[in-house]
Design a protein around this ligand. Sequence first.
Ligand code: COI
Length: 357
Amino acid sequence: MATNNEIAIKHTNQSQFPKVDFNNLDFGKYISDHMVVANYANKNWGEPEIIPYGDLPMSPAMLSLHYGQSIFEGMKAFKMKDGNISIFRLKKHHARMNKSLARMCMPQISEPMFTETLRTLIELDHQWVPSSEGASLYIRPIVFASEPRLGVKVSDLYKFIIMTTPVGPYFSKPYRLKVEDHYVRTAEGGTGFAKCAGNYGGAFYPAQVAKEEGFDQVLWTDHKDHQYIDEVGMMNVMFVINGKLITPSLNTAILDGITRDSILTLAKEMNFPIEEKRIKLTELEKSAKDGSLTEAFGTGTAAVVAPIQSFNIHGVDYTIPLPDANSFQLKVKKQLQDIRSGVTEDKHQWNHIIKIK
Ligand code: COI
């Protein structure tokens, strides 16, 4: 793989930057000027290049459209207080992408290829990284099978693409959840831990049904008997019960969330007791009834933390207090933001710094 300076760059001659309304950044509305593209053939990745973002010629017979070999990552770059840019937990995102690729029988991406292409892309489109508090450049790497062939097989050809989109701070109305006791997001032994496209496509219908019933999202439960909590919507889920941060322990049905991991690490440093375990729905129900459940929130790269207001089990609503300035979720969110923007020390070397001249 070429070193940084050797990545071929074809510059856009029609920058979309002047059209961006940085005060109104709907998630994914604007896609930055350039993208990384690399092709896999003959059991090797070819030289990646950076080209203007735009449509690519593709066959309707390409295997990813038919049999689902398609995975993605979601990560963020932040403007730091010294003007440089930090990419948050790049190594961990790269490692997770390779786990997703392995699960879907797709070729691995080397760390130099991932890091150097991304670094060059961010340097090139650095002005797209928003500077307002809580805003960031969301980075979306994808890999998909591109071999045009209808036979059911593992593809021999793939494309790796990285594109980026500026996003504003995430403010969501606290979620009213339906505890899902019919559909499942995934099952143990399935692909739930991987970021493959099918996990998301398969979750749309149950979420749509929940919305039609007046909820905002679903609280996913285990596939066997819907007795244990897995995730919320497209995020990991955390609860504060009796002053302890509790989250479902990882298994093959749960995404190894990088925000989840970061929050658990920071909670330990804050001397906040934590527990990763299988969480029984009855425990949640009891803790909501007796008032020991004081916080519930989703965690993910896009949202960081998303407060939960209520959950509904078989028609009964249980409400959870909304976060205030003293709540764990807002404190930890601020800590994360301070690390990413260089306001506080990055003890764990989570920031991958891109120096902007
Ligand atoms: C993320 O939080 O980054 C996700 O992957 C969820 C969604 C944007 C698909």
